[in-house]
Design a protein around this ligand. Structure first.
Ligand code: ITT
Length: 187
């Protein structure tokens, strides 16, 4: 049986990954291009839940959104829930400068997907990938890809992984949970 989800995002790179990962699980995805307001909150779950409430009302039906954060241990979890703002303002070079003298370069990429409907119901699916922050930008990719060195990737950044990123990423792991839930509930 083929299923189709609507994914609301302003980020076409993110959409391309979501579509590729879910295609492998028999789920097709349509993009709804939308600027989603990000509330200030301590957790990605709260931000994703608010994004999906706004998106489902705009779409007029069930929809999926995602919120991602890069949590850097040596910066006590910064930028975390502020990752989109910090990427726009400091960028990768700014993060590298902040870590210039840091002994601890460990970091976690977290992803939370939220599935919500106009009745206000929301289900969240989260996962994370551990890694470190590189000493300089390496590879292609988008966003923080050139500076995040994923565990189990032989020292390569997400930007150097090409299609392998989706096998190892925080997003791939979170989508695994969403896909299982979609299949079980036959949504
Ligand atoms: P939405 O419209 O879906 O919210 P966004 O780009 O604002 O798109 P997020 O708030 O979820 O997405 O992402 C926070 C920041 O982290 C943002 O700057 C992204 O570019 C970056 N980011 C998210 N996922 C990433 C990934 O897999 N690799 C590299 N950077 C990523």
């Amino acid at each position: 049986m083929s299923r189709e989800l609507t994914f609301a995002t302003s980020n076409r790179h993110k959409f391309a990954e979501v579509r590729a990962i879910l295609a492998g699980r028999g789920i097709s995805v349509a993009m709804r291009a939308m600027e989603l307001r990000e509330i200030q909150a301590d957790t990605l779950e709260e931000i994703a839940a608010e994004k999906v409430r706004e998106a489902s009302l705009a779409v007029g039906g069930p929809v999926v959104v995602e919120d991602t954060g890069l949590f850097i241990d040596g910066l006590r979890g910064f930028p975390g829930p502020y990752s989109a703002y910090v990427f726009r303002t400091l960028g990768n070079q700014g993060i590298l400068r902040l870590l210039e003298d840091a002994a601890d370069r460990r970091a976690t990429f977290k992803s939370v997907f939220a599935y919500g409907d106009t009745d206000g119901s929301v289900e969240c699916f989260g996962a994370e990938a551990r890694g470190t922050i590189a000493r300089s930008c390496r590879g292609e990719g988008w966003g923080y890809d050139p500076i995040f060195v994923s565990e189990n990737a032989s020292g390569r950044t997400y930007g150097e992984l090409g299609d392998d990123k989706n096998r190892l990423s925080h997003r791939g792991a979170a989508l695994e949970k969403l896909a299982r839930w979609v299949r079980v509930g036959d949504r």
